[in-house]
Design a protein around this ligand. Structure first.
Ligand code: NAD
Length: 226
């Protein structure tokens, strides 16, 4: 069975990485438009670099939680495809093998001039650090208003699902939220979130109003009967 799992910031909340919608649209005290938009980048590149340098350190110090680990273990029984909006690497560190990052990765940097010049990035990116083409390095993150390069891939994978599971996402960030509509009509869709997102309630949608760790465990036990 092909299980597609769409994850958002909420799945990493129990690992100590905060979501931002709960905090009044702020991301670690910063306005999202200042740190996650091309305009914010043009206004203050040093500040944006510092913001992501701090996020990179925080992710390094975090560990996958039970929800990430249970999803990785599920690969022993089913084909599990993770499509994540998260920029952290907690699905990778939990051991999941099939992962598509929709919004980029905190441990990569890229040239501002050419988005295909991408580097691994464990440490800080500083103002003045340049790529081979002379372009300033920036975080390899998809900001609001930018194209989502992996969207087509994510759509194709979602179209192949037998079950769709949506964990810890507010379903407010597009086009990621639109993936739901590419799942085959009438397949079971499970939504795991302590606060159920605003969305149409179709008969094949099942809501598990729990934190990610408890909700994933319940899904595996009660739905998959494993
Ligand atoms: P969001 O911040 O908009 O929404 C988070 C959702 O998680 C909410 O619906 C909330 O009810 C739910 N939630 C909170 N605690 C939870 C828990 N313990 N278990 C399950 N669900 C929980 O997040 P989003 O929709 O993913 O969009 C935010 C964007 O910001 C992402 O696309 C991402 O690019 C970026 N972001 C990433 C990270 C990360 O990589 N960990 C963290 C913050 C923001």
């Amino acid at each position: 069975m092909h299980i597609t799992v769409l994850t958002g910031a909420g799945i990493s909340a129990e690992s100590g990485i905060p979501t931002f919608r709960g905090a009044g649209g702020l991301w670690e005290g910063f306005k999202v438009e200042d740190v996650a938009s091309p305009e914010g980048w043009l206004r203050d590149q040093k500040m944006v670099l510092q913001f992501y340098n701090a996020r990179r350190k925080a992710v390094k110090n975090a560990n996958p939680n039970k929800a990430h680990l249970d999803l990785a273990a599920l690969e022993q029984h089913h084909h599990v495809q993770i499509i994540t909006q998260n920029i952290d690497d907690l699905h990778e560190r939990a051991g999941s093998k099939n992962i598509v990052h929709l919004h980029g990765e905190i441990f990569k940097s890229r040239s501002v001039k050419n988005e295909s010049i991408i580097y691994d990035c464990e440490g800080d990116i500083n103002f003045g650090d340049i790529a081979t083409d002379g372009g300033q390095l920036r975080p390899h993150i998809v900001w609001f208003g930018e194209q989502v390069p992996n969207l087509e891939k994510a759509i194709t994978l979602t179209e192949r699902s037998d079950i769709l599971v949506i964990i810890g996402t507010s379903m407010l960030v597009y086009p990621a939220a639109s993936l739901l509509h590419y799942a085959p009509y009438d397949i079971p869709v499970y939504i795991i979130n302590p606060e159920i997102p605003e969305m149409n309630k179709k008969s094949n949608y099942h809501f598990i109003k729990k934190n990610a760790s408890e909700g994933v465990a319940e899904f595996i036990r009660d739905v998959l009967k494993l």
